[in-house]
Design a binder for this molecule. Sequence first.
Ligand code: SF4
Length: 277
Amino acid sequence: MPEVNLALKITNWCNLHCAHCCERSSAAAPLNLMPIEKIEKYISQFKDMGVPTWEEVVLTGGEAMAPYYKQQSAYIPTVANLLAQNKLSMALKTNGKWGENIFLCNRILNDLSQVAHQHDRQISLDISIDEYHDNLYGAANIVDAIMRNPKFSEAIPVSWCGLNTAASEYTRQTFINMLTQRGMTVLPMDADGGIVIMTKDNMNVMFYDIGGLSRIGRAKDNNLTEFVPRGIPNQSGYCFEITNNDMAILNYRFKTAIGDRTLGEIYHELKTKVPTR
Ligand code: SF4
């Protein structure tokens, strides 16, 4: 069976209002943060699912850094600690707008690196770079701050994702130009668009993930379906997603020795057959 990963949609609030947002997230959405107690419950269920799992849990939204904008800055470090105590890493899906505010940027990077160093477990950032996100300046500031501080670069790997469109490729190049204008040397790393970033004292890599535009949410409202890329599925699958409404999305089927099953079906079947540990 393939490994599965867990994504927690901790909020639907977001400080951006992207035209393609599959969640219809915006600043008008309530924060409605996923309670820490529920996250504890999900972690324990995830570890007890009886299927191969990633050692990483994704926090997404909306904007995963939303708690920092809403005077709840202890939330993300608390979740990171909780995951690390369960031998799980944390990956945050973020638009990177917080990089525009130098104080907020340092606060977040300090918080993340502190937890990462304490548990010897990296915490990664995954920033969307495409034609719909108005975030290049903040994203470049984040990479710049990480590259200038070994404490950050050891603890916080950054990857980026874009869309398989010509406009997204242009945005990707613009972002690379912004990094070079800040004195970083950027070299191609692989055929997927990953890059090696170098400064005088530091070297790092950014993996690039290219995805499709989901035909739901505002992408559908705005009739953006023509930008669905060629030959790439809308969802990569194998992802056990849980929303902040306590609604598990269990409709990803994959092949198993006992037929095609969703993770939820397998989870419940195992629960009835395997004695509780
Ligand atoms: S696509 Fe991401 S950054 Fe844009 S509005 Fe949606 S959640 Fe926010």
